[in-house]
Ligand binder design. Sequence first.
Ligand SMILES: [Zn+2]
Length: 134
Amino acid sequence: MSPLSQSSRIRQRIAQLVRERQTAERILLARQDLLKGTLSEVRRTCGKPGCKCTKGGKHICYQLSASVEGRTRTRNVPRKQLAKVRLLTDDYRRFRQARAAWVRLNGQIIDLINQLETARTVKSIPDEQRRKKG
Ligand SMILES: [Zn+2]
């Protein structure tokens, strides 16, 4: 492959990765709040004698688990806050995915920029006449 078309392919690939990175940046730079953690539904018995849960109709509650300084912390989520918590934790997950994508894309872009440098770097002082023609 000629050095010129190789450079051109590398530039096209960089442009594509930059567009993907912009998509990630729109998510990273958004303004809404994020809430770290995983929301889960828990079915349990309360221990009160004669309660419906003793006959199989267990109580359903919601918990948010999140790792804080290496330890998992679990909090109860009131039902009226469930929708909001689900939204904020989904946004947090999207943020983390976008962050990982941003880091990966930057690595790929740097590799391609290095390849472009190699492809564009001439071995000797260019001949003036050939340079004008090219
Ligand atoms: Zn009960």
